[in-house]
Design a binder for this molecule. Structure first.
Ligand SMILES: Cc1cc2nc3c(=O)[nH]c(=O)nc-3n(C[C@H](O)[C@H](O)[C@H](O)COP(=O)(O)OP(=O)(O)OC[C@H]3O[C@@H](n4cnc5c(N)ncnc54)[C@H](O)[C@@H]3O)c2cc1C
Length: 239
């Protein structure tokens, strides 16, 4: 019989806060979970108000393990969002929250898992893929990797400067940014997916993350290129 995994809550303290885009904030937390996760996994975050009211949401881990005892989340402020609103507008360094996890073993990657890696992210769905690329940069740059990233505008693209620096410095990494709400912008399409695949060769792992709509569109395009369905792992953040 398979025993269910029971996650318990761990105390975490906010150690740094910084803007990533106009709507996304980086939140670094000191927590005992920080050294025991794989790139791509997420944590549940629980906030408790003074009157005991609690709210809980899932957030992907943006960092790769770095020995600092901390992990990084990147949280997009949604209009009237309860938890994202707190992190975006009210949270301060020194505040305490609780984390549970890490969760999502099948949506995770480490160097020995190999590649080539085909990654597709929509909006904040790029966060777990960023963690995979950061992990890859720690010693597995020989593994070809392509990131297809759909964002509304370049200014709203998470960690775009870091990703562009990586693409310039690393001949085995290819960034395909599709901006949907800029003049001349477009949604991801068949030529873009074909180009990504031509650069990395037949993928060994495919990870897609974002809205239901993004994940469905990206899956269809990748399957149409002949990639085996069994290689594709998906994670959906919502509508
Ligand atoms: C595995 C996983 C990983 C995730 N990782 C990330 C991540 O890395 N970064 C990230 O930013 N997000 C991530 N998310 C999404 C995150 O969990 C939350 O769903 C998100 O932050 C919204 O939570 P919230 O409390 O701010 O918004 P909520 O208060 O839950 O509201 C969500 C939206 O619905 C609207 N809404 C709420 N109540 C109503 C109502 N009654 N009527 C009409 N509209 C309403 C709000 O205006 C808001 O826009 C992830 C989700 C999953 C499942």
């Amino acid at each position: 019989m398979i025993e269910p995994v029971v996650f318990r809550w761990h105390e975490a303290e906010i150690t740094a806060l910084s803007p990533v885009t106009p709507h996304v904030r980086s939140v670094r937390l000191r927590c005992s979970l920080a050294e025991a996760y794989r790139a791509g996994q997420h944590v549940d975050v629980r906030l408790t108000a003074e009157d005991g009211y609690q709210a809980q949401r899932s957030y992907s881990i943006a960092s790769a393990q770095d020995g600092s005892g901390t992990l990084e989340l990147m949280i997009e402020a949604l209009p009237d969002g309860e938890v994202s609103g707190w992190f975006s507008h009210l949270a301060e360094i020194g505040d305490r929250v609780e984390l549970r996890g890490p969760i999502g073993g099948s949506f995770s990657w480490d160097g020995p898992d190999g590649g080539p890696l085909l990654l597709g992210g929509g909006g904040s769905g790029v966060v777990p893929l960023l963690a995979m690329l950061r992990r890859r940069a720690q010693g597995w740059r020989q593994i070809p990797a392509a990131l297809i990233y759909s964002a509304r505008t370049r200014a709203e693209a998470i960690a775009v400067a870091e990703l562009e620096r990586l693409a310039e410095a690393d001949p085995n990494f290819f960034l395909h940014l599709a901006t949907t709400r800029e003049p001349g912008g477009k949604r991801i399409d068949a030529p873009l997916v074909a180009d990504a695949l031509a650069r990395i060769g037949a993928p060994g792992k495919v990870f897609l993350c974002g809205s239901n709509r993004f994940v469905a569109a990206a899956s269809d395009l990748i399957l149409a290129e002949g990639v085996a369905p069994g290689l594709i792992r998906t994670e959906r953040f919502g509508a």
